[in-house]
Design a protein around this ligand. Structure first.
Ligand code: HAM
Length: 454
């Protein structure tokens, strides 16, 4: 933005990794937001809002090294250590401990809000971005986990994002394997971060690095093999053959199998079992999943989630929970690409029309006074219609008739109300239907009923 202040040129640009959303984009974002809200509410989730900033320790305690590196933290004027929130699961665990412990469980909460991470911006990766997510508190069961994934799948279907892939894993398996080989928590987390990065070469090199991890050769071989297990239900069988002889691992594999059976009862069809899904946050314990839209490229992950017991980690009761969050901005990228492809093919047959076949307008009625005496009446009419819930624009620039017509056309309104001297005298207005071009005289007092079916 360029501002001239007292003759000097001042240039302001928006902070790195942030965006301005203008009218058309906001309209689309709202539309997608409303579709997703409806799905979440259909599954019984209620919305909550938490502050944009929290105490720094809320995230440095249990969320893991990766997220801590990306925090936008600061001291306030009283020296308190605070941070902009990088995600909403830890804030919701805090809200639960502060306010909701006595509420009947399971509790179903959803949220939509911005998050902040200090990372290198690129397409689909921002410093301020939005998450639309949910937490199911106190219902850790295969059915609770399955219902969450069913809701994620339904959300994608409602948006028409058929290309999306839901990749699911059970972290209990790898954690039990670590236990079998006596790997301490610190090394476990380091290995999980490496797995989460998804760079196979770096992973193999690091696993074999004696100074870094000093791992048993058998463990390295098993890890490399299981991380390559990706596919349909047969993967469970392959995993059993590979590591089913370790008792703890075998128990977790049967938990995973029960969960997959539940997914089928919820009619979830689109899923891939992927033993390399590790998640970048430390608090997950059981089922984890990530949703990818491959055409988005490097930032293809549009959602992530799983089961966790953050409430217990924060000192509360052992209440297991499951949740996930859509990266709203990445979903929007996919949705817009899909829709622009659709509207291109539509516009070949219907030039100028959107994919529903009609032009969208925000304002329905334009009120235009064509003489100064009628101006005050035009405002009165506009206010009256607005009070009755019509979207109305009224001329504020004292335009001449031709410019009024141009303004109404530009707004793509459905009707124009025209008032001149004659209309004032007869207490009637001319209504022009902008679609058909027809005009008629209507009494001012009948306007609301005239537009009733708009
Ligand atoms: P997450 O995977 O870190 O999980 O973030 C969720 C989603 O937010 C990601 O899948 C991605 O689509 C989006 N996202 C993350 N960082 C950025 C960024 N810099 N720019 C744009 N989009 C981004 C969580 O945050 C967990 N709290 C999810 C959860 C809820 N787990 C349990 N409950």
């Amino acid at each position: 933005m360029i501002l001239y202040l007292f003759g000097d040129l001042m240039e302001f640009s928006k902070p790195r990794g942030t965006r301005d959303f203008l009218f058309e984009e906001m309209r689309e974002r709202k539309k997608v937001e409303n579709i997703l809200r409806k799905v979440f509410e259909n599954y019984g989730y209620g919305e909550i809002k938490t502050p944009l900033f929290e105490e720094l320790s809320l995230f440095t305690t249990k969320s893991g090294e990766q997220i801590v590196e990306q925090l936008y933290n600061f001291k306030d004027k009283s020296g308190r250590e605070l941070t902009l929130r990088p995600e909403l699961t830890a804030p919701i665990a805090r809200v639960y401990l502060n306010e909701l412990q006595k509420t009947a469980k399971p509790l179903k909460l959803y949220y939509f809000g911005s998050c902040f991470r200090y990372e290198r911006p690129q397409k689909g990766r921002f410093r301020q971005f939005w998450q639309l997510g949910c937490e199911l508190i106190g219902a850790k069961s295969p059915e609770g986990e399955a219902e969450i994934i069913a809701m994620a799948e339904e959300s994608l279907n409602r948006l028409g994002l058929n290309e999306a892939e839901i990749h699911i894993n059970h972290l209990g398996i790898i954690r039990e394997l670590f236990k079998e080989f006596g790997i301490n928590k610190d090394i476990q987390e380091k290995i999980m971060i490496l797995i989460d990065k998804g760079n196979k070469e770096l992973l193999v090199e690091s696993l074999n690095n004696k100074e870094k991890f000093d791992l048993d050769k058998d463990l390295i071989d098993i890890l490399i093999k299981i991380l390559n297990l990706i596919g349909g239900d047969e993967v469970l069988h392959e995993a059993h053959q590979l590591i089913g002889n370790y008792l703890g691992v075998s128990n977790e594999l049967s938990n995973f199998t029960k969960f997959i059976a539940r997914l089928k009862s919820f009619n979830v069809k689109n899923y891939t079992i992927n033993c390399s899904v590790a998640r970048g946050l430390d608090y997950y314990t059981g089922i984890v999943f990530e949703i990818y839209i491959p055409s988005l490229g490097a930032q293809k992950q549009v959602a992530g989630g799983g089961s966790y017991n953050l409430i217990e980690l924060f000192g509360g009761e052992g209440i297991e929970s499951t949740g996930f969050a859509f990266g709203f901005d990445r979903l929007m990228n996919a949705y817009q690409t899909l829709n622009s492809a659709n509207s291109k093919s539509n516009s070949r047959s219907n030039p100028g029309l959107n994919n529903e076949g009609n032009e969208e307008s925000v304002v329905d009625i334009y009120v235009a006074a064509i003489c100064d005496d009628a101006r005050s009446k035009s405002f009165e009419i506009a206010q009256n219609l607005r009070a009755n819930d019509y979207s109305v624009e009224v001329d504020l620039s004292r335009r001449k008739f031709k410019k009024l017509m141009n303004a109404a056309n530009k707004l793509n309104v459905k009707f124009m109300i025209i008032l001149g001297e004659d209309e004032l005298l007869s207490a009637k207005v001319t209504i022009k239907n902008m679609g058909t071009g027809n005009q008629e005289l209507v009494k001012i007092e009948d306007l609301n009923s005239y537009f009733k079916d708009l």
